[in-house]
Design a binder for this molecule. Structure first.
Ligand code: URA
Length: 462
């Protein structure tokens, strides 16, 4: 027996090693993940370790080890008894990104099963679970057997990490949110994939955001994150593809909690407002890939067509409502969504000048949304289901001074000023007639082959 391998590990030594630029072993990484999950490592030491990892980066081996150790930190779900291909989608985080509410029922309507373990608001981005919990009664913390029952009945289920399911991510995710340690490729990869791999997926579609609202600001870093996640998931036997998508402005119009669900349900009801065409299009593209990787269409394009048909015939809407009901949610609130919406305070923001919107600092806009009360200052804080912002104008739009550009819904009157001030600093106008170049909704598809090329061109330190 190698005495070094058996020597006891101490968190303080692991923090100091990472702080000083060392690479951690699989055993050391496993110690951190297990200690986070069990509560054996106190949160001050976990926070310090996260900051060392954020500052010094995790190399490819450390990232893989962390992903697998977090996956294995609790129970795992096996979709085998469901008798269908299990496929999911996960986003790297955005503003107004509500595609999960569309793609889960769309893909389920087309014959795959979608066991989706999601997250809460993180940094400037919104959280699928916080949005769903704005539906009275909706339960996100299901046991594995409840998860399976909902999946059998509905074909999709959206749940949270729990003390039993990916507990290491539950703890580290919440800590990262309020210690400034979100924006790191290795930590993002391990967080996302630990949840996805614990769900026993056959295939996975990743939506990696790029642009001013993405966690990683430059395009090359986003490509690297996409490649890292594709290679890590593939190595764990999950067929994976990543799409690099635009987050240079909020997706759709609504960013918040209840208001995002309303926007998604509007599309599921077969409506097609021009102002949220980007949300419809991206959801269909992502669902098309899920359907394709799940073996239900020969190409992602034919998957798109199947998803579009499920949108048009109402089958995806029926599945979404069935899932909400099965998880204890009161579907009746969607009968009159405006009547259910009771924000503490409302303010319409008018354009402060005329011109063309040339750019939006979407990260700042995401913080504006969180400051309405839609997000939390620290782990465990409640979020306001009714808070958020509706953005009426998009990049390249011509706006006249005095036209409404956004409506802010906040918890209280006192919470309206800060989001408005952020909006005023983050939306930029130009008097020039040049509207600037249009940005593609999907700029690149990273398959395993493309991922290998991208990683070959990078050094392994992050
Ligand atoms: N989504 C996650 O689940 N984790 C991250 O770190 C970022 C987005």
């Amino acid at each position: 027996m190698n005495p070094a391998a058996a020597s006891p590990l101490h968190m303080i030594d692991i923090i100091r090693k990472k702080r000083d630029g060392g690479a951690l072993s699989v055993r050391e990484i496993g110690f951190v993940a297990a200690g986070a999950a069990s509560g054996a490592i106190p949160s001050d030491q976990l926070a310090a370790w996260l900051m060392t990892a954020w500052l010094n980066g995790l190399n490819l081996e450390e990232t893989r080890a962390l992903t697998l150790a977090m996956r294995d930190s609790g129970e795992k779900f096996s979709p085998a008894r469901l008798g269908k291909s299990a496929v999911d989608k996960h986003s790297s985080g955005g503003v107004g990104d509500k595609t999960s509410f569309l793609v889960a029922p769309l893909a389920a309507a087309c014959g795959v099963v979608v066991p989706m373990i999601s997250g809460r608001a993180l940094g400037h981005t919104g959280g699928t679970l916080d949005k769903l919990e704005s539906i009275p009664g909706y339960r996100t913390a299901l046991s594995l057997s409840e998860f399976e029952t909902v999946l059998m009945k509905c074909g999709c289920s959206i749940v949270s990490q729990t003390p039993a399911l990916v507990p290491a991510d539950r703890v580290l995710y919440a800590l990262r949110d309020h210690t400034g340690t979100v924006e790191n490729p290795g930590l993002i990869c391990a967080s996302i994939l630990s949840k996805k791999l614990a769900a026993g997926l056959d295939a996975l579609v990743l939506d990696v955001k790029t642009g001013s609202g993405a966690f990683l600001r430059n395009y090359e870093e986003c490509e690297f994150l996409a490649a890292l996640m594709v290679a890590t998931a593939e190595a764990a036997a999950t067929r994976t593809v990543a799409l690099l998508t635009d987050m240079d402005q909020p997706l759709g119009q609504a960013a918040g909690n209840w208001i995002e669900l309303v926007e998604a349900v509007n599309l599921l009801r077969g409506n097609r407002p021009r102002a949220i065409e980007d949300l419809r299009e991206l959801s269909l593209i992502l669902a098309g890939w899920m359907i394709h990787l799940g073996g239900k269409s020969a190409t992602p394009q034919t998957g798109y067509q199947l998803a579009e048909a499920a949108l048009a015939d109402g089958s995806a809407l029926a599945i979404f409502f069935k899932m909400i009901d099965a998880q204890g949610g009161d579907v009746a609130v969607f009968d009159d969504p405006a009547a259910f919406h009771k924000p503490g305070a409302t303010r319409v923001v008018e354009a402060w000048e005329s011109g063309i919107i040339t750019s939006m600092d979407t990260t700042a806009l995401g913080w504006a949304v969180q400051r309405t009360g839609a997000g939390r200052e620290k782990a465990g804080d409640p979020v306001d289901p009714h808070a958020g912002i509706i953005f009426y104008k998009r990049r390249c739009a011509h706006v006249e001074a005095g036209e409404p550009i956004a409506t802010i819904y906040a918890t209280s009157e006192a919470m309206l000023d800060e989001p408005e001030a952020i909006l005023r600093q983050s939306i930029h106008f130009s008097k020039e007639s040049n509207r600037g170049a249009a940005v593609a909704l999907v700029s690149r598809v990273v398959t395993p082959e493309v991922a290998a090329e991208i990683l070959a061109g990078c050094d392994s330190g992050q």
